[in-house]
Design a protein around this ligand. Structure first.
Ligand SMILES: [Cu+2]
Length: 142
């Protein structure tokens, strides 16, 4: 009689298959996360004019006793689809830059100019002036 010495192939291949399924699951998860970015921000066009658009919610950009620039009100709540305008009423140049890169941000603009944009995405959006540390505000949409 010959000794029976069949290797345990079934067990080895099922281990390998389990590892492969796990890897595929990981790849699928990564792909889902990558596709989950939201691009529905607001109006893409930046507007830096000298007038506040009719009907816009106004956030004044001012110089105060304690800072070279601040946003008034610091936190503004608007409905979805609102146009918001930031007239620069200070004697320095400022900008409005949202942390959320999908929202419209401004370049630097001086006294007497107005940045305005329309916001179609609901949420709580912090923004700041990139040249003045501590000059920040929040726009709440929805
Ligand atoms: Cu500033």
């Amino acid at each position: 009689m010959l000794p029976h010495s069949a290797p345990d192939r079934i067990s080895a291949s099922s281990v390998r298959r389990g590892w492969l399924v796990g890897l595929l699951g990981l790849v699928a998860t990564v792909a889902l996360v990558a596709c989950g970015s939201d691009s529905g921000g607001g109006s893409p066009a930046e507007v830096t004019a000298t007038d506040v658009p009719p009907g816009a919610v106004v956030v004044d950009v001012v110089t105060s006793a304690r800072s070279v620039g601040e946003y008034l009100p610091k936190e503004a709540s608007v409905p979805v689809g609102a146009t918001v305008a930031w007239p620069n009423k200070s004697n320095a140049s400022h900008n409005v830059v949202f942390k959320d890169g999908s929202l419209p941000s401004s370049k630097l603009y001086g006294e007497g100019r107005v940045f305005s944009a329309t916001f179609d995405k609901a949420g709580r959006f912090p923004y700041r002036c990139t040249i003045h540390p501590g000059m920040d505000g929040t726009l709440v949409v929805g």
